[in-house]
Design a protein. Structure first.
Length: 117
């Protein structure tokens, strides 16, 4: 996981929306850190881990707002997330052999159909 983590500086927070630096470098695309985690390394929230819902080039959205006020320059460890899709598991992580989902099951409507209906 070391190659899938990045230390970022939080420039500001408004509710669950964080303005961060460090994601634009390296040609990262939006959404790579969605469904990942953010662990606070400095500041009042140090040691707390929060779920990341979505991210863009200059900011991210947490599932919940930080517990304490965030000062500009606070450092956080951002870990990549997985949306539990077979394409993501294969393409991004190269781990389709260990994928434990069922992407080829029919929808629930097929299971509730009756003969002759």
């Amino acid at each position: 996981m070391a190659g899938r983590r990045r230390v970022v500086a939080v420039h500001g927070a408004e509710g669950a929306e964080l303005a961060i630096g460090g994601l634009g470098a390296g040609g990262l695309t939006a959404g790579v850190y969605a469904f990942g985690t953010l662990r606070w390394m400095t500041g009042a929230n140090v040691g707390l881990t929060q779920a990341v819902v979505d991210h863009e080039a200059a900011g991210l959205t947490l599932a919940d707002p930080p517990a304490f006020a965030v000062t500009p320059g606070t450092l956080a460890l951002l870990s990549e997330g997985c949306d539990r899709q077979a394409a993501t598991c294969s393409g991004r992580f190269g781990n389709i052999a260990n994928f434990r989902g069922e992407p080829f099951l029919p929808g629930m409507d097929l299971l509730t159909r009756y003969p002759g209906a």
